[in-house]
Design a protein around this ligand. Structure first.
Ligand SMILES: [Zn+2]
Length: 317
């Protein structure tokens, strides 16, 4: 019998929740989820992580565990394991990797969460046999990871793949990063919601107003989806606009890196039936012909909620 692969730990560290898993070769053997309570500060989040690790390790000897990989929101230095800047954790220059390595006496590595998810797709998911692909996450924000020549790309300041912040229009709406007209300001869930709110403010008639009980804070993605289901014109236009901007961005990615495939995931995929046709049509229209390989160029990512955790564990698998 072949020797069984070593165990490894994966963590998905987000602003609202922390998921930890004990994994072996792409399989989650045990998983727990805890609230992050980011406002309580770095030390408190560390103790939540340590508690989560203890739960999933559950009596296994640490020497049977090859290491702990973390996918964290924000800008990460994967060499030092430092979280340089993570607005939703309210961290700056936080020594995440070294603190956990010391406490757990394990090898620890930290990656940006979307980059970790990309690693999971490359190892175990729909990017498994691909040498060149992009994995794009479209949720409340937009992030991505690239694998080129079989390697996950980090970039010189570890920001390769920040596709949410490519500029679609220098005079466009203000983005969370401070710039104007970023892809994320148009095609993320937040961008879509802001567009709907602006149109409602202008007095545009829509079922959304009724569904949201005239409260702007209720104008969220699922509600816009519900209105679209009922054929609401504004909802359909808002989702279609997402498709248009994503299509442009995908065409640019294809032209730039000539991947075999672009994988798409994230919460916005719940609305895929409405935006995909426009997205694919727009992409085809704007792609450089030589980058268009005349076949399927976009596919859904395999993993949903567990992608980041599995990607973290994959670092040591
Ligand atoms: Zn931006």
């Amino acid at each position: 019998m072949a020797k069984q692969k070593k165990l490894s730990l994966g963590i998905d560290l987000g602003g609202t929740k922390i998921a930890a898993g004990l994994c072996r070769d792409g399989e989650i053997l045990k998983k727990v989820i805890f609230p992050t309570h980011a406002a309580a500060g770095f030390d408190s989040v560390i103790s939540v992580i340590l508690g989560a690790v203890e739960k999933v390790v559950d009596g296994h000897d640490h020497k049977d565990i090859a290491g702990l990989g973390i996918g964290s929101a924000g800008q990460i230095n994967p060499v030092t394991g430092e979280v340089i800047y993570a607005p939703n954790l309210k961290w700056q220059n936080a020594p995440l990797g070294s603190t956990l390595a010391k406490a757990l006496k394990l090898k620890v590595q930290v990656l940006n969460d979307v980059r970790a998810a990309t690693l999971a797709e490359h190892r175990y998911g729909n990017g498994r046999d691909l040498e060149n692909f992009a994995n794009i996450f479209v949720g409340t924000g937009i992030g991505s990871g690239f694998v080129l020549n079989g390697q996950l790309v980090h970039g010189s300041t570890n920001s390769a793949g920040e596709i949410g912040h490519i500029c679609m229009d220098p005079e466009g709406p203000v983005c969370g990063c401070g710039n104007k007209g970023c892809l994320e300001a148009y095609a993320s869930g937040t961008g879509m919601e802001n567009y709907v709110k602006a149109e409602l403010k202008k007095g545009r008639k829509s079922l959304i107003k009724e569904l949201a009980e005239s409260k702007f804070e209720n104008v969220r993605g699922p509600l816009i989806g519900k209105a679209a289901e009922q054929g609401d014109e504004l909802a359909l236009a808002a989702i279609d606009r997402v498709g248009e901007y994503l299509g442009l961005a995908l065409a640019n990615i294809h032209t730039l890196i000539n991947p075999e495939m672009i994988l798409l995931g994230g919460g916005m995929m719940a609305l895929k039936q409405y935006f995909m046709p426009t997205m694919l049509r727009t992409m085809k229209k704007h792609i450089l012909p030589v980058a268009d390989q005349g076949r399927e160029l976009v596919r859904e990512a395999r993993f949903e909620n567990d992608a980041v955790l599995l990607g973290g564990a994959a670092i040591f698998a």
